[in-house]
Unconditional design. Structure first.
Length: 115
């Protein structure tokens, strides 16, 4: 089983930037799809970004052009660079990894965009 530990959330002003990190440990995560979902109060969880084999990436429509997902395989870590943040980006962000044996989730990290 893969364990995921997230970091990098916090409070930022509109237009600012944050970088989230998700470090994987435990069983091999190679070949899995990693990414981020988010959930705001009263809303459904939505896909933010994912990265799969060959570093093929996918983004939710609301973050395209502002967020970038990338990973460092040597560190078993995936990152989410978030620029031009908006108040509507406020949510708990969850890292995940999808493997053939199942999906594992991180504990979530709060991102708050407010002046």
């Amino acid at each position: 089983q893969v364990q995921l530990v997230e970091s990098g959330g916090g409070l930022v002003q509109p237009g600012g930037s944050l970088r989230l990190s998700c470090a994987a440990s435990g069983s091999s995560f190679r070949g899995g799809v990693m990414g981020w979902y988010r959930q705001a109060p009263g809303k459904q969880r939505e896909l933010v970004a994912s990265i799969g084999r060959g570093d093929v990436v996918n983004y939710g429509d609301s973050v395209k052009g502002r967020f970038t997902i990338f990973r460092d395989n040597a560190k078993n870590t995936v990152y989410l660079q978030m620029n031009s943040l908006k108040p509507e980006d406020t949510a708990v962000y969850y890292c995940y990894i999808a493997l053939l044996v199942g999906t594992s989730w991180g504990q979530g990290t709060q991102v708050t965009v407010s002046s």
